[in-house]
Ligand binder design. Structure first.
Ligand code: KG4
Ligand code: ZN
Length: 358
């Protein structure tokens, strides 16, 4: 089975051709970073227009590189949400158009499900597993029992962790996007020089909070006055260390809950852009080995948004006969756990309202 996947929900325009044996025949990603950098964050209107400008050529290149003709494809998958709605509409419309013109099935993929299943594209990870999904817009822990079978264990009550990395990096003058820059600065820093809080640490449950950690960095900067390079590195290291400790603590609770409720040992999986962070990977690997469970993470290139993960989710869904009609309407919010839908005012979106999520 050969699937073309389209991703346009945030600031990457991407198309990929993936085979059902896990072979990625092409994965073309055009990042809009330079267009958003002057604004210090993703501007939805700019993102939507940029997807519109680039998607045709990205699809063309993905098809060319894969060596596959449209007629050889078995289906088209496109991110149908959650995400910035303008971009999602561009991808969904393109996906439906190709599906209609080629007489192929169309699959509307939940972006969170695409992140959740990526580890099965890169590694042989069976269900069930616990997923820590950490990106700029999402921060949640899910029990993944199968395709379409998810329970939300916890999510952030304020900022997503990637958002906190980005905002803290901005405070430290490290530029945008902040996550990779902050990780680099932290390499030469002393995490113990500044005492920063660890929000939610030690509390029951699996919810997160990162706004206080970011505020504590701001207060520390105010106290210091001018920041020299060493202070920037030390604050970056302290932030990264506290964020890692909180994520570890929340995941430990998730593992305990899973063992109690399901009675089987899960694999611990991390996905999303922040999963590229090597310190965090190390912390989670250590947690998994302390619990004698397996740890898995997709390769870094598949952690940030890309078309291959969407194509793969399309493969997994099509294997089960799950396709969508051409009347599918793009969804700005689309929780993976259906129980969340009825809970009004779910806090899984960023406090600025621009972030995407549940
Ligand atoms: O999954 P993704 O590409 O897009 C969203 O759906 O948000 O994640 C992007 C997020 C950004 O907040 C970025 O700063 C963060 O992932 N990120 C990192 C690292 N690389 C990317 N955060 C910490 N350390 C990194 N190495
Ligand atoms: Zn994402």
């Amino acid at each position: 089975m050969l699937i073309l996947g389209l991703e346009t929900s945030c600031d990457e325009t991407s198309a990929a051709v993936v085979r059902d044996d896990g072979e990625i025949l092409s994965n073309v990603v055009v990042s809009q970073l330079d267009e958003h950098r002057p604004f210090g964050g993703v501007v939805p209107e700019i993102a939507a227009r940029s997807h519109l400008d680039h998607l045709d050529s990205v699809v063309r290149e993905a098809m060319d590189r894969s060596g596959v003709a449209f007629a050889d494809l078995d289906g088209i998958a496109a991110t149908g949400g959650p995400g910035l709605i303008g971009g999602v509409m561009v991808g969904v419309t393109a996906g439906k158009t190709i599906a209609l013109s080629q007489g192929l099935p169309f699959v509307a993929v939940n972006h969170l499900e695409a992140h959740a299943l990526t580890v099965r594209l890169s590694d042989d990870v069976p269900f069930p597993y616990i997923l820590l999904l950490v990106s700029g817009g999402h921060c949640q822990i899910l029990a993944v029992r199968g395709v379409g079978d998810y329970s939300l264990y916890g999510s952030t009550i304020d900022d997503a962790v990637g958002e906190a990395f980005d905002k803290t990096a901005k405070l430290l003058g490290l530029g945008y996007p902040g996550g990779p820059a902050l990780e680099k600065a932290a390499q030469t820093g002393d995490p113990s020089r500044f005492g920063l809080p660890r929000p939610m640490y030690g509390r029951p449950g699996c919810d997160f909070s990162f706004a206080g950690l970011k505020t504590a960095v701001r207060q520390q900067i105010d106290r210091l006055g001018a920041l020299d390079a060493q202070a920037v590195a030390d604050l970056a290291a302290a932030f990264q260390s506290c964020a890692g400790a909180v994520l570890r603590d929340r995941c430990a609770n998730a593992i305990d809950r899973f063992l109690t409720e399901e009675g089987v040992a899960p694999t611990l999986v991390v996905a999303g852009g922040v999963a590229a962070n090597k310190h965090l990977r190390g912390v989670l690997e250590d947690l998994a080995s302390a619990h004698e469970i397996r740890f898995a993470a997709p390769p870094i290139a598949l952690c940030t948004d890309n078309g291959a993960m969407v194509a793969w989710a399309g493969v997994e869904r099509m294997r089960l006969g799950l396709t969508d009609g051409l009347d599918f309407a793009p969804r700005p919010r689309w929780p993976l756990d259906p129980a969340v839908q009825v809970r009004k005012g779910s806090r899984a979106i960023g406090t600025d309202g621009a972030a995407v999520g549940q």
